[in-house]
Design a binder for this molecule. Structure first.
Ligand code: SF4
Length: 440
């Protein structure tokens, strides 16, 4: 029986700015690992290369990049446009030098980055005409019809919540029976993601949960994961030990719900990590919910290796807080900051995200939040609002954006500041960004 050869590709992207802020194609690495469990040989090309000589001690680093002309849709935007990651020519050379794969898996992550993934699919079709091409990831999940239209060379475009269609495609299209077909939310039985397929492993993202108990109106997590699934603390710890045994020292937690039901999940897990006979470094780029930070969590963060803590505040306006999801209030937030400082965290280790560019938001809202955070002696970080399909905020305001955000995902890029208005202009935003950095 012919055993299909699989190639997984994390494509290059086009954007006005990008930086490897502990990002990793985690979903594709999980899929690669699942297929290997069924005996399929998998190779991986990560086009999102980082300039290794400029990688920071914490694992972050700048992507390789090159200036490129803007596509027609973005012609009027007065910003430099770049390709981040490997060039299409380089990818073509790499692909042509390999034994042709039977199946090529392409991930398409942020909705407005789809162009790079489309280019990869076209190169694969030209270079390996017989290969089956499957495209998955966040873009097909959130913009399924657009993705089917744009990926003309794909044999299957699959949302991440339809893993069954993916398994059926392999078995039907390639005639190979898979012996291992887990659901993706079956976190305790999933094999560890195939980080070993990468050239080197600067950090390992550790998945502890999927989904969220909250319903923030700007966030697509509740749409992408209808329920909430937790992974057992024992399973998470085993994975940390596994990668540590292979030389990994930095770990990254993306989960928004790390601290939800902390007595059952986060606290036992962090106690176990703190009890390891060695120390590790942990980072949480996506922020944790301040409402769940008590004295014990703060102390466990220190003991388990959180080198810094990123926290979501979003806004200090009570009306904005309640209308966007109500996950935190000023009093709760201040209690969390107090606990973290008592545990020993210094100002530069406490970063707090505030949202800028929400529909109809006034710039003064962001200024007040920055002043508030400065008064608490923590570092404010402006997170620019991204309109994301299948969120209540997107549905409510898509028709008043400056760009046709629903018609083409390329306009969902927050660098375009889609909800600028006379009460919050791009100049205001740039001024606020400079102001947030003052006194650091
Ligand atoms: S922003 Fe965070 S807390 Fe709110 S719904 Fe999304 S994942 Fe949950």
């Amino acid at each position: 029986m012919h055993i299909p050869r699989v190639l997984a590709v994390n494509p290059h992207i086009y954007d006005f700015a990008a930086y490897n802020f502990w990002s990793s194609p985690l979903g594709l690495l999980y899929i690669s690992s699942i297929l290997r469990q069924s005996g399929l040989p998998v190779e991986f090309v990560d086009c999102m290369l980082v300039k290794e000589d400029r990688r920071k001690p914490d694992g972050r680093g700048p992507f390789i990049k090159e200036k490129v002309p803007k596509p027609d849709a973005l012609r009027a935007v007065p910003k430099q446009f770049r390709r981040y990651g490997m060039s299409p020519d380089e990818f073509t050379r790499i692909l042509a030098a390999r034994e042709p794969p039977d199946l090529v898996l392409i991930t398409s992550i942020m909705t407005y980055w789809y162009r790079g993934a489309v280019e990869i699919s076209e190169i694969v079709r030209r270079t390996c005409p017989k290969a089956k091409i499957v495209v998955g990831g966040i873009y097909p999940t959130l913009c399924y019809e657009q993705a089917r239209w744009n990926f003309k060379e794909a044999d299957l475009v699959v949302p991440s919540n339809d893993i069954g269609a993916f398994y059926r495609f392999i078995e039907g299209g390639l005639g190979y029976t898979l012996s291992f077909k887990p659901m993706l939310d079956d976190l305790d039985i999933l094999p560890y993601p195939a980080h070993d397929l990468l050239d080197h492993i600067p950090f390992v993202p550790i998945l502890t949960s999927l989904g969220c108990a909250f319903r923030c109106t700007y966030c697509a997590t509740p749409y992408m994961h209808r329920g909430m699934t937790r992974r057992s603390p024992e399973s998470v710890l085993s994975e940390i030990i596994y990668w540590h045994d292979r030389g990994v020292r930095r770990f990254v937690v993306y989960d928004d719900s790390l601290l939800y039901s902390s007595e059952k999940f986060a606290k036992p897990l962090l106690r176990k990590i703190a009890g390891l006979p060695y120390s590790i470094d942990i980072y949480n780029p996506n922020a944790v919910n301040a409402a769940f930070i008590d004295d014990e969590i703060a102390e466990l963060f220190v003991r388990s290796g959180f080198r810094e803590v990123r926290i979501g505040l979003e806004s200090i306006e009570p009306s904005v807080q309640s209308s966007t999801g109500g996950k935190v209030t000023g009093a709760i937030f201040e209690r969390a900051i107090g606990a973290l400082k008592n545990a020993g965290y210094r100002r530069e280790q406490l970063s707090v995200y505030i949202l800028a560019g929400l529909p109809r938001q006034a710039w003064q809202d962001v200024r007040h939040a920055i002043d508030y955070l400065k008064s608490l002696d923590v570092v404010p970080h402006i997170a620019e609002y991204t309109p994301i399909p299948h969120t209540p905020m997107f549905d409510q305001f898509k028709d008043i954006a400056r760009f046709p955000v629903a018609a083409d995902a390329i306009y969902q890029n927050n660098a375009l500041f889609p909800y600028a208005w006379e009460g919050f202009t791009e100049d205001d935003l740039n001024r606020l960004k400079r102001y947030a950095k003052e006194d650091r």
